[in-house]
Design a protein around this ligand. Structure first.
Ligand code: PRX
Length: 669
């Protein structure tokens, strides 16, 4: 990093003074990729001859049970990577280290949420060898409960080591996991079970969150009792539920269906051969929101995904043997998959995992953990950074954070003020920041600095990762000149790209491969600056990014109209200082329904119940009518402007009734 001293406390003035941060000589000297020239050379080679590049890394990074024959078979939009090869993900993450010095190194350092009475959180450390044993045992539990190769398993768990163990156990026997974030509701769990036809659910009696208990098992019970329109059970494919004891409070156990994790372990041994999996065997499904309809089950497969997660983790975080790495995401999101579980373990990296919230019991939870475990790499989200900024420097500076050497950001654009604060107050002015751009669909980081090589500018994810060819294009798919906004696309397939949407190949093609001919469409708006750096503007479809969580406006709208009082709903985003975007709902009520004061909150709770607390609206506004074009389309552009309090701009001539807009603007009283 630049040795320029950070002299002023005023971050705004710093932004004007210091725009480019060059990697420090010390950092570069020890880095995997140590200069911009080296990066450029590698990148140019990698995109000129991508198959050669990926084949070389696939051989060097992965342990194969059978070597692959063909690097890529590409027939848009279907990619097959490393065809003919066989390997097992859990063997690459765990068995690989047995018999080496890494076997007895900490793989996971876990800290539970502190108790309400102030007692510190529980701590557990698993070495690679211990994790291997636990994964084998749980893989046998899954088998014992009828799970076979190719079966789908839902994991609905808190942030406990067992979440990683269950994921790896699925990969060990070739079952396909689908992790559902604990902030989703019973209805969302049922929808996901139904969509992927899951046979088994792994959950826990509960999870701790800010001193409260999230009733995960109760939600699963409710999910399994939901009926579909035809009167049958929605989640009827589920045969067994394995329940982890976490909180110890009483839960209902259905005879013949529900079994305790710890009891099951008594019946199994710790030997379990890793299944031989084809490179393209499905590895996991992760549901994410799109611009229309229900969430889509994003499908990732074995070899390509693992290679992407491993190589990016190694180079973007520049990992070394003695690093203590902490990614604060939840395993329910893709960040937790690639950068808590698969990438780090495949690299033999010690990973910290924390169960609770950043402000429980106090605002310095993160900094305490970093000081305690001497964390060297921290990977978190801009929303968290902005919250810490608001809580004040003192919570940070009272802790010794001198172990940190690298910081990462993910999930949303990081505003330059937050970047500077992160750099200065958390990183002590010495740690590079890797602003990593990627998506559930991309499987691994596609645009990011390499910390020993790339000069940094606050607010941009900088340059493409090796082998990745992004471009900013216009509506016709033509590359736009520098400093012009456009759509972000990826021109060539890459190994960790999604292979499809579970059960819906047409939607896969339509969503990602139809917008811009011959390219993967990301859904993001972007601009490249004079140095070729990519500045992500945010989603250009009807997907919102609220506190780094992806929320489909269509899903929230359909949750709202499922309430008996609601006639119509339109959901838009409004800029929010802390969360990036806030969720604003415009609602018209059915005739005769009174817009009583409690109704707004009732609707917020209703969305929380339908989708999960994660999608609870920030603002509900009642309107007499929604602005529509003459052909009946809701004019979202206008609603966005109204939601953010902006002056109404642009063409309103197609608006059916302009008085609607005037009424909406005043509708929040
Ligand atoms: O809009 C981009 C934003 O998050 C979206 C992907 O969301 P999800 O699939 O939930 O994955 C989040 C974690 C990888 C993208 O389309 N996004 C992600 N990272 C960045 C970002 N926007 C700007 N800068 C980033 N670094």
């Amino acid at each position: 990093m630049s040795k320029k001293p950070v002299a002023s406390n005023n971050i705004r003035s710093l932004l004007n003074e210091t725009r480019v941060f060059k990697p420090s000589k010390d950092f570069s000297a020890a880095a995997h990729v140590g200069s911009l020239a080296a990066y450029k050379k590698l990148w140019t080679e990698s995109v000129r001859q991508p198959e050669r590049f990926w084949a070389r890394h696939a051989k060097a990074e992965l342990a194969w049970q059978r070597p692959f024959k063909k690097v890529l078979q590409w027939k848009e939009p279907v990619a097959k990577w490393f065809v003919g090869g066989q390997l097992n993900v859990s063997a690459n993450c765990l068995d690989k280290w047995l018999g080496t010095a890494t076997a007895n190194k900490a793989a996971l350092i876990w800290e539970g949420e502190p108790a309400t009475d102030g007692r510190p959180g529980e701590e557990r450390v698993y070495t690679f060898a211990q994790l291997h044993r636990e994964v084998c045992r749980f893989a046998n539990v899954l088998r014992r409960n009828g799970v076979k190769k190719g079966d789908r398993v839902i994991l609905y768990l808190p942030m406990v080591p067992e979440a990683a163990i269950a994921m790896l156990a699925c990969t060990r026997i070739g079952a396909i996991h689908s992790v559902v974030f604990g902030g989703f509701s019973a209805q969302s769990v049922a929808d996901r079970i139904h969509d992927c036809g899951a046979k088994l659910v792994v959950t826990s009696d509960g999870g701790y969150r800010r001193g409260g208990i999230v009733p995960l098992k109760k939600n699963v019970d409710d999910a399994l009792a939901i009926h579909d329109a035809a009167g049958g059970l929605l989640a009827r494919t589920v045969e067994k539920v394995v329940v982890l004891r976490r909180t110890g409070h009483e839960v209902h156990m259905a005879e013949g269906r529900d079994v305790w994790w710890h009891r099951e372990l008594e019946y199994v041994d710790s030997r379990c051969e890793p299944a031989r999996m084809d490179s393209e065997s499905p590895l996991f499904i992760l549901y994410t929101s799109g611009s229309t309809g229900k969430p889509k089950g994003i499908l990732h497969t074995t070899a390509g995904y693992l290679l992407g997660a491993k190589l990016t983790h190694k180079l973007v975080f520049d990992v070394r043997d003695d690093d203590v790495y902490w990614c604060t995401a939840d395993v329910g999101w893709v960040t937790g998959h690639s950068y808590i579980v698969y990438g780090p373990l495949a690299n033999g990296t010690t990973c910290v995992m924390y169960e609770g919230a950043p402000n429980w019991p106090e605002n310095d939870r993160f900094w305490r953990i970093i000081e305690k475990y001497r964390v060297t790499i921290l990977y978190t989200a801009p929303t968290a950074i902005r919250a810490f900024m608001k809580w004040g420097d003192a919570w940070v500076t009272r802790h010794d954070l001198s172990s940190l050497r690298l910081l990462g950001s993910v999930g949303e654009p990081i505003n330059p003020e937050a970047w500077m604060w992160y750099h200065k107050v958390v990183g002590g002015g010495r740690c590079p920041i890797v602003d990593t751009w990627w998506q559930t669909e991309t499987g691994s980081i596609l645009i990011s600095p390499l910390p020993g090589a790339t000069p940094l500018k606050p607010g941009t994810a900088t340059l493409p990762f090796l082998g990745v060819l992004p471009e900013v294009v216009d509506d016709a798919g033509k590359a736009v000149p520098r400093n012009t906004g456009g759509k972000l696309v990826i021109r060539k397939p890459w190994p960790s790209m999604l292979r499809g949407i579970w059960g819906d190949p047409a939607r896969y093609k339509q969503t990602y491969w139809s917008e811009v001919k011959g390219s993967y469409f990301t859904g993001d708006g972007c601009r490249q600056d004079e140095d070729g750096y990519f500045w992500i503007v945010g989603r250009i479809d009807d997907v919102l990014n609220v506190a780094g969580h992806r929320i489909g406006t269509a899903e929230v709208e359909s949750a709202l109209v499922s309430h008996p009082s609601v006639a119509e709903a339109a959901v838009v985003g409004r800029p929010d200082e802390l969360k990036g975007q806030a969720l604003v709902c415009f609602v018209t009520l059915k005739t005769g329904v009174d817009a009583h004061p409690g109704l707004k909150n009732e609707l917020r709770q209703h969305v929380g119940k339908e989708i999960g607390p994660v999608a609870r609206p920030d603002d509900v506004r009642f309107a007499e009518a929604l602005p529509k074009t003459r052909s009946g389309k809701i004019m979202r552009r206008l609603l966005k402007q109204i939601a953010s309090g902006a002056e109404i701009k642009g063409d309103t001539t197609t608006l059916e009734d302009f008085s609607v807009v005037a009424k909406l603007s005043q509708s929040d009283e």
